[in-house]
Each structure stands twice: as structure tokens, then as C-alpha cells.
Ligand binder design. Structure first.
Ligand code: VAH
Length: 316
């Protein structure tokens, strides 16, 4: 049985459905701090309200359902974390600590995502290595690199089977963008269909690694099912599917919506965050150690995103 925290977030809302389709509805216990009536995640299997800062409640839910795997997704993303750094530390680190303690007490396997945000300005920016300097200067990055170290500690000190990936920007259509720096690459698809124009808050020429959500979900399942004895790394693996800048997404969208107009209205805070992150990362360790192999590139992602959003937004 799998316990998922943050089940209504960008990753959680789609991962929970994939896990339920794969392992059976009743084998995935979805939790989040809020309840969205009628949401498919709430309706399709066990759901519990859970504030991840309440370690006691998390332990009680884990014991009630006798879980043997914890997928901890509840966290604040980079831009929100920069606006509320104390809250971000408390949720991102307090929640993680509680989830690791539950996994230790109940001998669960454990997954939590890190991010390209775990790298900082002194990290090599092009083809960022799996093992390299990590001195992020955002609160989000501080919690991500601290989280990686804490998860490695729980593996080495207590034998908890912890695994993680450093996600690039994730692009999906089921949830609205939630306070990330890479979320311009989600916003743009909505606005292209709704307004046929978009003012990007990230500047031209700003390269960041990105991935379409189906590849992200496959990566989590494949890593969790991998043979632990073959893993030389654990927290956390660099993974990426593509690296692009805003003008590249705009050009790809134009192939579908020729009248689409892109302008720039750069947000200095999120631009500064983006500038501190890599342009492209090297994911050879993930490919070698557990067969990571993404399917979507910018062209196929754009075709699918526009198709799915036309249905969601009821736009011809
Ligand atoms: C963010 N989407 O922008 C998240 C992610 C690599 C980016 O961490 O904060």
C-alpha cells in the first residue's frame, strides 16, 4: 500500500491516478491538506486530509492503512517559497522529516522529488553533472539540497530505502500552474488557446530543463521498481527530457496557432531564480542505473498539450 502526500498538486494529482490504475485503487492512500469535492483523486480511492507538519496524524494514517511505501510530494515550489521562506522551510523540511520518520518506523520504501533548483550559480550550467557543487541561493533550493542530504542520511543510518529524482520543469494540463519558476511553460499553452498571445515572465534566451508529465510519472514508477542493489546514487538522480528557452515554445506553438503572439514581461524575482539554475543537466546516471528514457520532446509535447487543453478549456 502506498501513502501519497500532496495528492492534489501538479505531480500528485496525476501520479495518484497512475498508481491506482497500476496497483489498484484501494492500494493508494491519497492525502492533502485540503479536500476538493468531486475531484477524481478524492473519488477514486482512499483519501485523508493531512497536514504533513502533523507527524502524529501522518503516522496514524500510515498505520491505519498499513502502508509499505511513502511518496512524499507535499511542498512549496520555488517562487512561492521565495515569497514565504519561513513557511517554505517549515513545510518542505518539517513535512519531509515527518514522512521519513514514518517510513523508518514502518519500514517503508520512500520517494520524494528534488529539483534542478537544488543547484546554484556556482554549479556548472551546461550538462550539469550528477555529482557536482550544490550551493543554491533560493529557499526552495536550500530545502531541496537539504532534503537530498536528509534522504541519503536515512538510507545510510537507518536503512530506509529512499530514492529521488531532480525534476526539471514539469509541464502538464490537469492542474493550473502552482507557483513555480518554470510554470511559464505551462501558462503559455493556456494563454495561446485562450488569448492567442502570451507575455512571458521569463526572458528570451533563458534555457531550462523541462519534461512532459507522462515522462515524469513513468520515471517515479520506474525508479521505485528498480533493483536497489543496482543504484549507485539515490537522492537524487538528474533527469531531463529537453532544454529550451521561451522563444522555442512560442515557435512550436506557432506551428499549431500561426497567429500566436509572444511578448516578454519579465518578472525579476523568477528571472533571478531561473538564472541561478542550470541550462541543461546530464542525466546519464539515471539512464545507466535504472533505464530512465523519456518519450516526449518539445514537438510531441506541444501537440499533446494543445489537444488536451482544447478539450479541458472547451476551445475548438
Ligand atoms: C519550480 N516547477 O519551478 C518547479 C520545479 C525545476 C522547477 O522545481 O519551482
Amino acid at each position: 500500500k502506498i501513502l501519497v502526500t500532496g495528492c492534489l498538486g501538479q505531480i500528485g494529482s496525476e501520479l495518484t491516478m497512475k498508481l491506482r490504475n497500476t496497483y489498484g485503487n484501494d492500494n493508494v492512500v491519497a492525502t492533502d491538506i485540503r479536500k476538493l469535492e468531486g475531484n477524481e483523486v478524492i473519488e477514486s480511492g482512499p483519501f485523508e486530509i493531512l497536514d504533513v507538519n502533523d507527524g502524529k496524524a501522518m503516522g496514524e494514517i500510515a498505520k491505519k492503512y498499513n502502508v509499505d511505501s511513502v511518496i512524499h510530494l507535499a511542498a512549496l515550489l520555488s517562487a512561492v517559497a521565495e515569497a514565504k521562506p519561513v513557511l517554505a522551510w517549515n513545510i518542505n523540511m518539517g513535512g519531509l522529516f515527518n514522512a521519513l520518520e514514518v517510513a523508518r518506523e514502518l519500514n517503508c520504501s520512500f520517494f520524494t522529488p528534488s529539483s534542478i533548483g537544488a543547484f546554484g550559480p556556482s554549479t556548472p550550467k551546461d550538462k550539469t553533472p550528477q555529482d557536482t557543487i550544490q550551493r543554491p541561493q533560493t529557499m526552495y533550493g536550500v530545502t531541496k539540497v537539504s532534503g537530498e542530504l536528509l534522504c541519503d542520511y536515512y538510507f545510510k543510518r537507518f536503512g530506509v530505502d529512499t530514492r529521488g529524482v531532480r525534476f526539471p520543469g514539469l509541464i502538464s494540463y490537469k492542474t493550473l500552474p502552482g507557483g513555480g519558476t518554470t510554470d511559464y511553460a505551462v501558462d503559455i499553452y493556456y494563454k495561446a488557446l485562450q488569448d492567442k498571445k502570451y507575455a512571458s515572465f521569463i526572458g528570451e534566451g533563458t534555457y531550462m530543463d523541462m519534461m512532459y508529465i507522462p515522462d515524469a510519472l513513468d520515471a517515479i514508477v520506474n525508479l521505485m521498481e528498480a533493483d536497489g542493489l543496482k543504484l549507485k546514487h539515490r537522492n537524487a538522480f538528474n533527469i531531463t527530457a529537453m532544454s529550451f528557452a521561451p522563444e522555442h515554445v512560442a515557435a512550436e506553438i506557432k506551428k499549431h496557432i500561426p497567429e500566436f503572439q509572444m511578448t516578454y514581461d519579465v518578472d525579476p524575482i523568477r528571472q533571478a531564480i531561473a538564472n541561478s539554475w542550470p541550462n541543461s543537466i546530464d542525466d546519464s546516471a539515471a539512464r545507466e542505473e535504472w533505464g530512465f528514457n523519456p518519450k516526449y520532446d518539445l514537438a510531441s509535447m506541444t501537440t499533446d498539450m494543445l489537444e488536451k487543453l482544447r478539450v479541458k478549456l472547451n476551445i475548438k
